[in-house]
Each structure stands twice: as structure tokens, then as C-alpha cells.
Design a protein around this ligand. Structure first.
Ligand code: AMP
Length: 397
């Protein structure tokens, strides 16, 4: 599996169908003289079973070549090109992709077309795809899109109340992101409850550095909190989530910030970081314990926003069977889970203090009310690999 970011590349070799991780490589600071490659074999408990390499890596092609060279040098093989299939995570598939796609020239052209919707992410994803196609032309490659899971949204949920022309000419609509994570939560919930996805309604909360909520009715996503970009919705580590758009007009008049500085501020300097100076929830919780009022308020705003989305999605779904927490915060912070669910008894949502506190990993049940409340491990790599395999074998996702 390959996940190419603007200056990073993550490579993971998985044994399918179980998804045991055989190799894990992360290249960071691509484009600099001190690029950093870290290679690990997670199937061994020996922490020394890793190697690092620092040096110049000009681009994603060079990054892949360096991963390949390091694999050969370490004798850990197999080299990248020996994989049976390469799955690429692609952030934006627009309205063109309802599921994963076997990569050919047309798919590459469509991903390129969507660069205008995701100017930071899609070009990097494309660079990874193009290099892999050049380096390993014999290996089938599949694109798995972050947006595809949300293509089932009805127009009433995905359209903004803006001039219709903006939608038709400029693609302005809600697309949603974190699709593979929400799909993975759905799949794991179905397996855990031993019910087919069609048999229950689910609110899925992906709470990591990025955060989003999804309302899933009978296996199909019907609403999600991220929009045209990942900026909309919940309060995140550094992103604002929902704001009054007129704040931007006000700030252009009332400060010396220009539009691009405002874009950076909303994406990188807002959210928890904007409110209290840190986007690391553990750090913020320590600050709360030390009596920091800004940290306390940041957490209160964060939880309040999530609670409002749960209420909205309960109304959208009519009946909620499962509420699921996943990702860094969702899996690890019992206090956030408790605060989010506090006061939702009228919706049948309540958390059992003991079960919540002593959640031990895997899929865990923590409810004290009629709605099942689950903690579900984030498993995006497995989901991406599984979708890629299904695509190659012609199984619809
Ligand atoms: P992710 O983007 O899924 O890696 O999640 C990152 C977020 O999860 C950061 O805000 C971390 O502070 C938070 N996180 C990770 N581990 C814990 C933990 N044990 N307790 C609270 N928050 C955590």
C-alpha cells in the first residue's frame, strides 16, 4: 500500500487476506537534503529490527527507489516490485469514483482532473502512482479514494445552498473524506455485531488529528461532516471545522491577513491548537489537570461540536443502533468518549464508566444504554488493501 503525501511517502507490505504487516517504510522530508527513511518489520517484537537512512531524496520516484534499495540492502525483501498488487490511497475522486479503480491512463487523467479540488493532496498521490507505474509496470495498481464511501450521499446532504452554477461549473459540493476509515468502522461493526451492514444504522466518529463524523444508514453513508475540503465539520487538531464563512470577509477587512494566510490559519493554526496552543490531546489533557483554562475550554468546544453532530445525525437516521469511536483520540481517550456521550440519554446513548475506562483494544463495547457504543481500532491500511484486492478480482466494494 502506498500513501504519498506532499513531502512524504508511506509504504506498507501486507500479507492478505489477514493484513499482517510484513514491512513498513516511511519517507519524510522528500525534496530536501536530509530526507529520512525509516524501515520496520513490525512482525517482530525486537525494536532493533528497523533501519534508518538519511540523505537527499529529490522526489517520490527517488523515495520509492530508496525504499527498494534499502529493502535489498537489509535483505528483508521482497523488493517493492515483487508485490502482487499495489494499492494507492488517493484523497479526492470527486464524483467520478464510487469505489476503488484499477489504474490505467484514464484513471490517472481523472485523478489529475481532480487536482483542482485537492491541490495539496492529489498531485502528491499522482506522483506516487506515476512513479510506481514506471518502476513496476507489471504490477497491477489500484486507486482507493478517500471520498468514494461518501458518494452515496443524497443531493439534499451534499449540495450547499449556493448558486447552482458553482456546483455545475466549479464542483462546489460536499464530498467528505476519511472514507476508508468509516468503511472500515462499518465493516468491523458488522463483524463484531454479527449483523450484515444493511441491518443497522451507525454514527461513525473518526477522532484523530483530523476528525469527521458519518451517518450510515443500512450500510450506505447518508451524511458526513467534511465538505468540499476536509476543513468543514468537527473541531480538529489544527483545523477549525464549521465556522461562519463571513468570518473570512471580516478578517480580510479587519486584519492584514490575505486569503492565502487565512487559508493557512484555518487549516494549520486553528482547531485545538488555535484554542490552546497544542493539537496533541494528551498534552492538552495534562494542561487541563494543571488547571489551564484555555485547554479546558478547547476540550469543551471539541466535545460540544461532536455532540451536536451526533444529535443531527440521530435526526437524519431516525434510529441509531451503533455509535462508534475510532482513531487516535476516539480509541485512546475514555474521558473524551464520556464527555461526548454525557447528556445523550434521551437518544439512548450512554457510556458505562467501567467498560469505558477499562477498554483494552480490539473492538470494545462500552454502552450503558440501548444504543451500542463501540470503540473500533482504526484499520485503514487493511481496508485499503482489501478494497484493492476486491477491485482486482471484480468484487464490488
Ligand atoms: P491520529 O491522527 O489518529 O494519529 O490521532 C492523533 C491524536 O490522537 C492526537 O491528538 C493524540 O494526542 C491523540 N492520542 C493518541 N494517543 C492518545 C492517548 N493515549 N490519549 C489521548 N489522546 C491520544
Amino acid at each position: 500500500m502506498i500513501n504519498s503525501g506532499s513531502s512524504s511517502l508511506k509504504y506498507r507490505l501486507l500479507d492478505m487476506p489477514g493484513a499482517a504487516v510484513r514491512l513498513d517504510a516511511v519517507v519524510e522530508r522528500i525534496g530536501r537534503d536530509d530526507s529520512h527513511l525509516r524501515l520496520r518489520r513490525p512482525d517482530t517484537s525486537d525494536e532493533t529490527q528497523g533501519c534508518e537512512w538519511v540523505g537527499p531524496i529529490a522526489d517520490h520516484r527517488a523515495a520509492l527507489a530508496q525504499v527498494d534499495a534499502s529493502l535489498r540492502a537489509s535483505g528483508w525483501g521482497p523488493e517493492v516490485g515483487a508485490a502482487d498488487i499495489v494499492a494507492h490511497r488517493v484523497v479526492h475522486g470527486g464524483e467520478s469514483f464510487q469505489g476503488p479503480a484499477l489504474i490505467d491512463d484514464q484513471v490517472v487523467a481523472a485523478i489529475r482532473d481532480h487536482c483542482r479540488l485537492a491541490p495539496l493532496h492529489n498531485p502528491a498521490n499522482l506522483a506516487g502512482i506515476e512513479r510506481c507505474r514506471e518502476l513496476f509496470p507489471q504490477v497491477p495498481q489500484v486507486a482507493v479514494f478517500d471520498t468514494a464511501f461518501h458518494q452515496s450521499l443524497p443531493a439534499s446532504a451534499y449540495r450547499y445552498a449556493l448558486p447552482t452554477d458553482w456546483y455545475h461549473r466549479h464542483g462546489v459540493r460536499r464530498y467528505g473524506f476519511h472514507g476508508t476509515s468509516h468503511a472500515s468502522v462499518l465493516r468491523q461493526t458488522a463483524a463484531f455485531t454479527r449483523r450484515p451492514p444493511e441491518a443497522f444504522n451507525l454514527i461513525s466518529l473518526h477522532l484523530g488529528n483530523g476528525a469527521s463524523a458519518a451517518a450510515i444508514r443500512a450500510g450506505r453513508c447518508v451524511d458526513t461532516s467534511m465538505g468540499l475540503t476536509p476543513l468543514e465539520g468537527l473541531v480538529m487538531g489544527t483545523r477549525s471545522g464549521d465556522i461562519d464563512p463571513a468570518i473570512l470577509f471580516h478578517m480580510t477587512r479587519d486584519s492584514d491577513l490575505d486569503l492565502s494566510q487565512l487559508e493557512t490559519a484555518l487549516n494549520r493554526d486553528s482547531g485545538l491548537k488555535g484554542l490552546c496552543g497544542s493539537n496533541d490531546l494528551r498534552e492538552i489533557q495534562r494542561a487541563v489537570e494543571a488547571g489551564d483554562a484555555a485547554a479546558r475550554l478547547a476540550i469543551d468546544i471539541y466535545c460540544y461540536r461532536i455532540k451536536k453532530y451526533i444529535g443531527a445525525y440521530a435526526a437524519v437516521l431516525g434510529e441509531v443502533d451503533v455509535l462508534a469511536f475510532t482513531a487516535g483520540v476516539g480509541e485512546n481517550s475514555a474521558s473524551i468518549r464520556a464527555q461526548v456521550c454525557d447528556g445523550l440519554e434521551s437518544l439512548g446513548i450512554a457510556v458505562d464508566e467501567q467498560r469505558n475506562q477499562y477498554y483494552q483494544g480490539g473492538v470494545g463495547e462500552i454502552q450503558a444504554g440501548a444504543v451500542k457504543v463501540l470503540v473500533v481500532p482504526a484499520d485503514e491500511a487493511h481496508e485499503i488493501a482489501r478494497q484493492a484486492l476486491d477491485c482486482l478480482h471484480g468484487v464490488s466494494a
